[in-house]
Design a protein around this ligand. Structure first.
Ligand code: HSE
Length: 313
């Protein structure tokens, strides 16, 4: 039977992973949006419904439709149908856990399925990154890559985009706090220095290399030691209330380490199992409940596959 409609889970992601600014990312399993894509008889790409957040409905302004249009441009044979997109947002825009990336990655994944999969998930990454251009000004791939591929990813090149899939530490869980304050990505990029000291650069690339090695060798100790950012975090953490206390309390509760998720304000921590991740959640709650800032704490295992199909009809 011909596939007419598909419902998918579009996952949240953590970009940067401390030392891997703009290159590393990982995919989350229990935080994400739901999207439904349907074939239409006209050949347009339209957004028919967005539930949960106020986001643009105009196809040229929404990351999901823009990503699909980028994909259609690259198609050798145009489909003889159009796409109707319905988005149920659970990931708050501006939270730092890849809200726009989830919509862009989910859209191209689902559209590709409806078209009979002319593209591999790797080939979909640049199209989803075009969606990101609408959200943040550049076709950045450090969230869309893990959303499409799952696990941990490293953006090796940006022009053209080349992404390396990395193995995950087995059983790893993330605990994330989203303090509901607004930090614009543009501001959190503007405050970064354009030049870095050689001393810090050496420490940083040692950590990136060690982090990748820790993932390959399932080495929790090396993973924990490598989750350090000498270049970006010292500047951005000043924008996030209680950042140092959250990381310290999480480590005291058993976390391997943590940092700023994407450009913030969310803070991520990693734990070796779900029980530790729950203890970390309690510790982080105890820090933030003393503030007057609304917040939300999530725990999730690492999603090894990326976007997931929920229903096909
Ligand atoms: N890596 C980006 C940043 C955010 O930290 O500014 C995610 O694309």
């Amino acid at each position: 039977m011909e596939l007419r409609e598909i419902e998918i889970f579009a996952p949240a992601t953590i970009a940067n992973i401390s030392c891997g600014f703009d290159v590393m990312g990982c995919c989350l399993d229990s935080i994400g949006d739901t999207m439904i894509l349907r074939k239409t008889s006209d050949k347009s790409v339209r957004i028919s419904k967005i539930v949960g957040e106020e986001l643009p409905m105009e196809p040229e302004k929404n990351v999901a439709s823009v990503a699909i249009m980028a994909m259609l441009k690259a198609c050798k044979v145009q489909p003889d149908f159009g796409f109707d997109i319905e988005i149920h947002k659970n990931i708050k825009p501006g939270s730092g856990i890849g809200s726009s990336a989830a919509s862009a990655a989910g859209a191209v994944f689902a559209a590709n399925e409806l078209m009979g999969k002319p593209f591999s998930n790797h080939e979909l990454i640049p199209f989803a990154a075009e969606g990101e251009r609408v959200a943040c000004g550049s076709p950045i791939a450090d969230n869309v890559a893990p959303a499409l591929l799952g696990g941990f990813t490293l953006v090796k090149e940006t022009d053209p985009i080349k992404v390396i899939e990395l193995p995950s530490i087995k059983g790893l869980y993330a605990t994330i706090i989203h303090p509901q304050i607004e930090i614009k990505t543009s501001l959190s990029r503007d405050i970064l220095p354009q030049n870095v000291s050689l001393k810090h650069a050496v420490k940083q690339w040692a950590n990136v290399g060690s982090l990748v090695h820790a993932l390959h060798t399932n080495d929790h100790t090396l993973f924990a030691e490598s989750l350090k950012d000498y270049i970006v975090e010292p500047h951005r953490s000043k924008l996030i209330p209680k950042f140092d206390e959250v990381i310290k309390s999480a480590i005291n509760a058993g976390a391997l380490g943590g940092g700023i998720s994407g450009s913030g304000p969310s803070i991520f921590t990693f734990s070796k199992d779900s029980k530790t991740a729950d203890n970390v959640s309690i510790a982080i709650n105890n820090i933030y409940k003393k503030t007057h800032i609304p917040y939300h704490v999530y725990t999730s295992k690492i999603n090894e596959t990326g976007v997931k199909i929920l229903k096909r009809s």
